[in-house]
Design a protein around this ligand. Structure first.
Ligand code: LLP
Length: 401
């Protein structure tokens, strides 16, 4: 990321999220081109970074959206994503969410259980409409990633097993109020190996073939998200190899390929800037206390995730330090034993690769205001979300005092 950090933090304050929109564009185009050999659509997984300007930027490039709540569906619509490019997934949808999604005529609702299918049918019937659906198949494949972000095993809550999926398609195909247009799988996030994806795609493509044999034509083959990125020194999946694997699995099928990348598009576009408050030593242990906390970026605390951390423009001999925030939890850290030069009040520390699942997982714990967000594009910076204030936080409570 090319930027003048000091100018940015002076202008917008800390803690601060900064996203490189040129990088986002580049990632989107790379993936789009990898799939260019076939009918395809990239449905950006809004959960990774749902800032309206991020979604709008991708929408202008032609991206669709993968959403997991009606809130995300509405964000996608507000940001200008075409309604026929929006998928609504998720293991538990409320009736009102189902209703609104059908009324808004989005591409399809992705179903994750038989009970949910019956609910969708009922709601569609009440509306006198037909709901376009896809079914999330759980192919029982180990994606070889962190257990918290693994989703494609039967022990995970996601999707339905193959036999159940087939029964559901047969049912949906007969229903006046359901139109089964798609099929979906997503085996996990931060995947760095192709084999599990190839295996899952093959299993799911075989199901599409067996449905075709009984005259159920699936139009959209949705391979989910999950392409891993480099946080440290991972060797991860190349978009073209990924697309080839999917082409191979779906050979001979007349389907539009959908892909739902989140992290791949935005993770390395983002950085989190935080200011040093103090240094302290507890015995021989060195701590750097910064003004950002786990409420702003929870990935290290929640998954023990690695994010590269650097002090901006500070020289000096590096010694290991834990970089911690002001939140009253021992789990409030960004990095352990990070090699850092001696730091003083107001020095800036950058936490890299923070564009995905950073701001979207932020909270107001300890009544801390959420950070501001800034976009960099073609050499210019612009605010895309104001820093939250104390007043913003208490607004919904003040009337009841
Ligand atoms: N599609 C579905 C159905 C998903 O569940 C997800 C992510 C995606 C697409 C996008 O996956 P991606 O391309 O970003 O890997 N908070 C965790 C990640 C949770 C991912 C949940 N689902 C983290 O910070 O690592």
């Amino acid at each position: 990321m090319i930027l003048d950090t000091q100018t940015l933090v002076k202008k917008y304050g800390t803690p601060l999220y900064v996203y490189d929109f040129d990088y986002i564009e580049n990632r989107y185009m790379t993936l789009k081109e990898a799939f260019a050999g076939k009918k395809s659509m990239i449905n950006y997984a809004v959960k990774a970074n749902s800032n309206l300007s991020v979604i709008a930027h991708l929408a202008k490039l032609g991206a669709g959206a993968d959403c997991v709540s009606i809130g995300e569906v509405n964000r996608a619509l507000t940001a200008g994503v075409d309604k026929y490019k929006i998928i609504f997934s998720g293991v538990g949808k409320r009736d009102d969410e189902i209703r609104e999604a059908i009324q808004k005529d989005i591409l399809m609702l992705n179903l994750e259980s038989e009970a949910e299918m019956k609910r969708v049918e009922l709601v569609a019937k009440e509306l006198g409409k037909e709901a376009r659906i896809s079914i999330r198949v759980n192919p029982n494949i180990d994606p070889q990633t962190h257990p918290y972000i693994s989703t494609g095993l039967h022990e995970n809550k996601f999707g339905v097993e193959i036999d159940m999926a087939k029964r559901m398609y047969i049912y949906a195909n007969k229903s006046e109020f359901l139109n089964p247009v798609g099929i979906h799988f997503h085996i996990g996030s931060q995947l760095t190996k192709l084999e599990p994806i190839a295996e899952a795609a093959t299993i799911v493509a075989d199901l599409v073939r067996s449905l075709k044999a009984i005259k159920i034509e699936i139009k959209f083959f949705d391979v989910g998200g999950g392409i891993g990125v480099v946080y440290d020194e991972e060797v991860t999946i190349s978009p073209s190899a990924y697309a080839q694997v999917i082409f191979q699995a779906t050979k001979g099928l007349d389907v539009t390929l959908l892909c739902e990348p989140g992290r791949y598009v935005v993770a390395n576009a983002g950085a989190f800037f935080t200011r040093v408050l103090y240094e302290k030593n507890n015995g021989s242990k060195r701590f750097v206390i910064v003004d950002g906390g786990m409420n702003d970026l929870i990935r290290p605390s929640l998954y023990n995730a690695y994010h590269k951390i650097e002090a901006v423009g500070i020289e000096g001999e590096k010694t290991p330090a834990d970089v911690v925030g002001p939140v009253c939890e021992s789990g409030d850290f960004f990095g352990k034993d990070v090699p850092l030069p001696p730091l003083s009040h107001n020095d800036i520390v950058v936490v890299h690769s923070a564009g995905a699942y950073g701001f979207t997982m932020a909270s107001n714990y300890n009544t801390r205001a959420k950070p501001a967000e800034v976009a960099l594009w073609r050499g210019k910076d612009r605010l895309i979300r104001k820093r939250e204030t104390y007043e913003d936080q208490v607004r919904l409570e003040m009337d009841y005092l």
